[in-house]
Write a protein that binds this ligand. Structure first.
Ligand code: HGY
Ligand code: MN
Ligand code: MN
Length: 417
């Protein structure tokens, strides 16, 4: 797919870097490059307001839907028939400045660069940021794009309660982003997400572009382990029903499931809360989360079964009860081969080194793949570090990725599926 009229639109790398830096000031984690903008928090609202201002200053048609997804388009019909870029601008609590933000700001840069040239496109361009991609305050992750793609109702989204006791609908209202546009949203012609890899592969192999073929499956489970609170000094070990003992062994079990299975299987216990969490009290409850992922659905189910068996065995042995709640469950996704090929061809055409690879992290693109041809572009993460304020990608890689996003989006305006 040749570029329109043989010309290509050159993005303005300095403008992109400046916007990344400006957005990163919102929710800045002092002394680091990172930022903290949990979904629907005041910092998230501030970040949203800044990006929406940039969108409106470009004269784009900006719509906000019922779950706070924001779509900006060069055409008044919004996403209809458009080639759309996008990602998220919410972050985890200890986030970096590139996760999600790069894909949104690069998409905005492509549109601004295109508007400032005389190139005539057959299709509109659009850029989106979706609500609550991280899911760490309100599960599941990719919540906004899941709803946009019709995978979760607006009602279900609005009633989700966070670990902090707040509710999505009320927080959305409070920050002024419970919009009027319908959700699910309109399927665009195509969707392309530029994102940092967040893993070590590209950096280790000194490769500039990851041509992403798909996203691995994700399984988030919350376990509430219910034992008997008791005195730490007077309760004989034989009489204890200690949920923390089971929690500790579940952490070890999750890790051994992943190492025994090998391949792409990963397992993470990322949160653990004890009640009453006091030095001289055998805990009453332990609440923990287990994140399992695998590129293969059958293997992921095997890991889930293994975890369930081990938790039940440990709980029985300790005489405690277990309540399990699924927080997120997404099967592996494959991206559209035509877009994957296009990204690879354009990258190699411009002399960039490439590697085809799956995504270990979840992304909004995996939800958009449900409703339109979708692809992803990765740029390297230094030492594979992410979900960490030290997250870093070299400026040259950021700009190369954004230019490839531009070339890909423009090429996709030329094709009819
Ligand atoms: O959980 C994920 O993979 C993504 O960062 N939300
Ligand atoms: Mn992300
Ligand atoms: Mn993330």
């Amino acid at each position: 797919m040749a570029l329109p009229n043989g010309s290509s639109v050159l993005i303005n790398g300095e403008r992109l870097l400046h916007r990344i830096a400006e957005l990163a000031e919102i929710g800045k984690i002092e002394g680091t490059k990172g930022c903290s903008r949990l979904a629907f928090s005041d910092a998230d609202r501030e970040g949203r307001d800044l990006v929406v201002t940039w969108m409106r200053d470009l004269g784009l048609t900006v719509t906000i839907d019922a779950v706070g997804n924001v779509i900006a388009s060069t055409h008044e019909d919004g996403a209809a028939g458009a080639v759309m870029a996008g990602s998220h601008i919410d972050t985890v609590g200890t986030g970096g400045r590139y996760d999600g933000n790069l894909g949104v700001l690069a998409g905005l840069e492509v549109i601004e660069a295109t508007i400032s040239t005389d190139v005539e496109l057959k299709r509109p361009l659009a850029v989106a940021f979706f609500s609550n991609e991280e899911g760490s305050r309100y599960p599941p992750d990719m919540m906004g794009s899941l709803a946009y793609a019709g995978g979760m109702s607006v009602e279900a989204v609005l009633e989700v309660e966070g670990a902090d006791g707040t509710v999505v609908g009320e927080e959305l209202e409070r920050i002024g982003y419970r919009g009027a546009a319908p959700c699910p949203g309109v399927a665009p012609h195509a969707f392309v997400e530029l994102h940092i890899e967040q893993g070590p592969v590209l950096d280790n192999e000194d490769i500039q572009i990851g041509v992403v073929e798909g996203v691995q499956g994700i399984s988030w489970t919350e376990l509430t382990l219910i034992g008997q609170s008791n005195h730490a000094g007077t309760t004989p070990m034989s009489l204890r029903r200690d949920p923390m003992r089971v929690a500790a062994e579940v952490v070890v079990a999750a890790r051994s499931i992943a190492t025994e299975m090998g391949g792409t299987q990963v397992a993470t216990v990322g949160s653990l809360h004890l009640h009453p969490n006091l030095v001289n009290v055998v805990p009453a409850t332990a609440t923990m989360t287990v994140d399992l992922r695998n590129t293969d659905e059958n293997s992921l189910q095997l890991a889930e079964e293994q975890l369930h068996i081990r938790v039940e065995t440990l709980a029985k042995d300790e005489g405690i009860t277990v309540e399990a709640r699924s927080l997120a469950r997404f099967e592996p996704v494959e991206f559209d081969a035509r877009i994957v090929d296009q990204i690879e061809q354009l990258a190699q055409q411009t002399g960039l080194s490439t590697k085809r690879m799956p995504s270990g992290a979840g992304h909004d693109a995996q939800m958009m793949a449900r409703i339109c041809p979708t692809g992803m572009i990765f740029v390297p993460s230094l030492n594979g570090v992410s979900h960490n304020p030290a997250e870093h990608t070299d400026e040259a890689d950021l700009i190369a990725g954004a230019q490839l996003l531009s070339d890909t989006m423009l090429a996709l305006t030329e094709v009819d599926w």
